[in-house]
Design a protein around this ligand. Structure first.
Ligand code: GAL
Length: 659
């Protein structure tokens, strides 16, 4: 199977989305000159080129793309070539309105922006496949081609009639009979029973709350329907060029796509990460998404898009202060990225993204952003050979699952304040702050190689997942599980007792009497810490160790955190410092250690292969003690005993003994 290694060839890929169709051809020469200056060795071409290649149905205008492919190749810039199927031209919507998605209320999502296609539309699929076929036939053997990039951030949703028919086929495949569907969806409730398949619809706009299992299945279906589109195009390009790896870029922690299922269908896992420069924990966010993507890739991954400066889709779009782009890029590399790419190469002058930064901004080659990009390109070239292809070891797994997210994020739950991604982020943050490296895993994955497993909050767990967790602890593993977990089965049916009995036995919980969610800005005092968001009325079995009890409110005296041997249960969300202390204690007992002990605040240490990355997220100057004699690959200098890091500073150390 082709891989990122084939495309990177011992380098870190560096570059970005290149949209030359927005510029007169004279600019292209300037582009390649500046790309060379910046150390760009890879660009992503064609993402939004459908209307340019196929200006009217069936037309093919490839000459301009031929010239670009040749130009880039002549300058030794590799091409990640996109199938431009994310944004159909207006003619498709005008001539085939059934390709346009419909919202939950039946209204049409029109052209004039992008991504206006219904994944179930045979017409859309036919045009997309035909174009992919011709693109692949034309460029499969072009020497500039390094990676196929299918579509872009698959994310559309549609509730149209074509989708309804497709959804029914998907449901027939899942349930076989309408009776089985009625049983799974619990349609005895509110007179929702279906008599025939033809009555079943996507969960369209309704009078009151919708059937939750129907909504859950529709999310599963939508992810699968988009995946079918991806697989169709992937198979076409792979047939023409079996040695070229194929990817599609994810939005990370995006609810629309089960990235575990998708990544299994990719040669390269790639992702677009946009931390907010204003977020004091932007570095943690970047680390979390890097860890998640590396876990999906089971190795090195591709940062397909990030921003060199501000984006344009937040309320207030903050530029990156000097040094931050470099720091977060090196952090991505430390956490497994073998490609550091941007949206986009040259900032657009027209269209919706003219205030979104590029590597080359409106300020041009004299601009600070481009100067910093050039500096980064040179550094990545320096460390590329030592880094590329190497692994990032991690002893602790964080479990994350789309089904649990989809089922848990619906209406009618104990608290609308519960935000799954925020809980996952709190737990990752706690471990990140302890300096312990983490990976993500799905609940059914083989967990045997991890010293500890953390479950921030998995409302839905399949039987296989529960058996997996129980087996993991029986086999000697340490498990720490957050509140409101193991509540529902795969059909979103509440498990008897409100938490699966196997889990209650595992944690030593006799009865879960009630969930007691907390209001915004309300905290509850527990032994040793304060907590928020959630609490639970738990009755432990005799012999269960109460690690911390609630101290105030209705639950005073009842367990907040308990454990039975190596199985810990945390029934609330401790404040950040307390969660860090707790998870640090659990991990330490399990034998998981920080990468480097005694780090100053704001300094992150990551081991990748034989290298030690030190990343300073603060603005002061700090001194970090390091073992033995090391060489900082970024500067070539020998470091003995300690290294000083300035504002947003970084060092990439290799032990001299290791050489
Ligand atoms: C991504 C998208 C790019 C660009 C970018 C702006 O979601 O793939 O095309 O729009 O966002 O941040």
């Amino acid at each position: 199977m082709p891989s990122l290694r084939d495309a990177a060839r011992g380098r870190i890929l560096f570059g970005g989305d290149y949209n030359p169709e927005q510029w007169p051809e004279e600019v292209w020469e300037d582009d390649v000159r500046l790309m060379k200056e910046a150390g760009v060795n890879s660009v992503t071409l064609g993402v939004f080129s459908w209307a340019k290649i196929e200006p009217r149905p069936g037309a093919r205008e490839f000459d301009w793309l031929d010239r670009l492919m040749d130009l880039l190749h002549a300058h030794d810039v590799g091409v990640v070539l996109a199938t431009p199927t994310a944004s159909p031209p207006p003619w498709m919507g005008a001539q085939h309105p059934e390709t346009l998605p419909r919202s939950e209320d039946g209204s049409v999502v029109w052209y004039g922006s992008r991504q206006q296609f219904c994944a179930s539309s045979p017409v859309y699929r036919r045009y997309a496949a035909a174009l992919t076929e011709d693109l692949a036939a034309r460029y499969a053997n072009h020497p500039a081609l390094t990676v196929w990039h299918i579509n872009n951030e698959y994310c559309t949703h549609c509730w149209c009639d074509e989708t309804a028919a497709h959804f029914r086929r998907w449901l027939q495949n899942r349930y076989g009979t309408v009776e089985a569907l009625n049983e799974a969806w619990g349609t005895a409730f509110w007179s929702q029973r279906y008599d025939t398949w033809s009555e079943i619809l996507p969960p369209r706009k309704a009078q009151y709350m919708k059937n939750p299992t129907q909504v859950l299945d529709f999310k599963r279906f939508t992810s699968d329907a988009l995946l079918e589109c991806y697989v169709t195009e992937r198979d076409i390009v792979a047939r023409h060029s079996p040695d070229i790896p194929v990817t599609t870029n994810f939005m990370p922690l995006w609810s629309g796509q089960d990235a575990w299922a998708w990544s299994a269908q990719e040669d390269i896992v790639s992702v677009d990460i946009y931390p907010d420069p204003k977020d004091p924990l932007g570095g943690q966010y970047n680390a979390m998404l890097a860890d998640m993507t590396r876990s999906q890739a089971a190795g090195p991954w591709m940062l397909m898009e990030q921003a060199a400066g501000p984006v344009n889709w937040r309320g207030v779009n903050h530029p990156k202060p000097a040094g931050l782009n470099r720091l977060w890029s090196l952090q991505s590399v430390a956490r497994g990225a073998d490609a550091v790419c941007y949206f986009q190469w040259r900032q657009s002058r027209q269209g919706s993204e003219k205030f979104h930064s590029g590597m080359l901004t409106h300020a041009g080659e004299q601009g600070r952003t481009f100067r910093e990009v050039k500096g980064l390109g040179a550094e990545l070239a320096t460390i590329g050979a030592a880094v590329s292809g190497t692994d990032v070891p991690a002893d602790v797994a964080i479990l994350h699952d789309w089904d649990a997210w989809w089922a848990g994020a619906q209406e009618g739950r104990p608290s609308a304040l519960l935000d799954y991604t925020e809980v996952v982020r709190s737990w990752h943050r706690a471990l990140w702050e302890t300096g312990i490296s983490t990976e993500f895993a799905r609940p059914e994955a083989d967990l045997g190689r991890f010293k500890a497993v953390a479950v921030p909050q998995l409302y839905l767990l399949t039987d296989a997942a529960i058996d997996n967790l129980v087996g993991y602890v029986r086999g000697g593993g340490t498990l720490v599980c957050g509140f409101f977990s193991g509540v529902a089965d795969a059909d979103d049916r509440i498990r008897p007792g409100g938490m699966d009995v196997r889990l209650r036995e595992l944690f030593g919980i006799r009865t879960l009497h009630e969930w007691w969610p907390l209001d915004t800005d309300t905290t509850v005092e527990c032994d040793g810490f304060r907590a928020g968001l959630w609490s639970e009325e738990l009755e432990p079995e005799r012999g269960t160790q109460v690690v911390s009890a609630y101290r105030d409110g209705e639950l005073a005296g009842l367990p907040a955190v308990l454990r039975k041997g190596r199985a810990w249960y945390v029934s609330t969300l401790p404040e950040p410092e307390a969660l860090r202390t707790l998870l640090g204690r659990v991990a330490e007992e399990a034998g998981a250690r920080p990468v480097l002990a005694g780090l100053p605040a704001d300094v992150e240490a990551v081991r990748r292969g034989e290298l030690l990355f030190l990343l300073h997220h603060g603005r002061s100057t700090v001194t970090v003690s390091v073992p033995g004699e090391q060489v900082d690959l970024l500067t070539g200098r020998v470091v003995a005993g300690s290294v000083a890091l300035g504002r947003y500073g970084a060092a990439v150390l290799r032990s001299r003994a290791a050489r």
